[in-house]
Design a binder for this molecule. Structure first.
Ligand SMILES: Nc1ncnc2c1ncn2[C@@H]1O[C@H](COP(=O)(O)OP(=O)(O)O)[C@@H](O)[C@H]1O
Ligand SMILES: [Mg+2]
Length: 205
């Protein structure tokens, strides 16, 4: 419901930008004026927002598939790891110690999307040989999720205006009332960690 709204909003905005682009082109043809800076701004903006819309659509599809197929959360995590594994020669290990029904549906979705974004980053950026996804209990009440690779590592000082993956992961962790961290893993690769207290433990029925 939330996602549908933001997707619709992104696409509406794209439509407006597209028609702006069209009128700039028309104007340019008439006057033969040099509008390239403005044109470039609009085109960049269009591209950024298309990326956002595309990302949201992908998440929606994942959520939809999960809900419609009635697939369990455990299976969805497993399927995600295998799906990304197919794309590249990285040895993925999955160590999921969570039982069924520990998380609410919303928590399951947040965790699933965090794991999928981290996997997608490993595939696209890490040049890793090995990667590991862990979902563990920690300190009794907490759940700790770690996605770790032995790749080139991540420059955490770098500014990332156009890159939303890590920002969205952080936002999702906040939705879980959890902690989010990006660290260098022992081998010099990257480790994403999210820990949170599941609602079912925080507020037992
Ligand atoms: N596992 C990783 N290994 C190496 N670099 C990474 C990893 N994850 C993310 N990065 C770096 O951090 C940047 C930001 O990631 P992200 O916010 O997901 O944006 P995007 O994937 O769209 O570039 C990436 O462009 C990449 O340079
Ligand atoms: Mg990314």
């Amino acid at each position: 419901r939330e996602l549908h709204d933001s997707l619709a909003q992104s696409l509406t905005y794209l439509k407006i930008q597209a028609s702006r682009l069209q009128s700039i082109f028309e104007h340019e043809r008439e006057k033969a004026a040099d509008n390239t800076p403005e044109l470039e701004l609009v085109v960049n903006d269009l591209r950024d927002n298309l990326n956002i819309a595309y990302r949201q659509l992908r998440e929606l599809m994942t959520t939809f598939r999960l809900t419609v197929n009635g697939e369990s959360f455990q299976q969805a995590i497993e399927d995600s790891v295998r799906e990304f594994e197919k794309r590249i020669r990285i040895a993925f290990e999955l160590d999921n110690r969570l039982g069924n029904d520990e998380l609410t549906i919303d928590e399951e979705m947040q965790v699933l999307h965090i794991v999928r974004e981290a996997l997608s980053n490993i595939v696209r950026h890490s040049h890793a040989k090995r990667a590991r996804v862990r979902l563990h209990h920690h300190d009794g009440n907490n759940i700790c999720i770690s996605i770790k690779d032995d790749g080139v590592g991540i420059d955490t000082t770098q500014k990332r205006d156009q890159h939303l993956g890590l920002i969205v992961m952080q936002e999702r962790s906040r939705n879980l009332d959890g902690n989010f961290s990006v660290q260098e893993s022992e081998g010099g690769g990257t480790e994403i960690q999210v820990s949170f207290t599941p609602k079912k433990i925080a507020m037992p029925v």
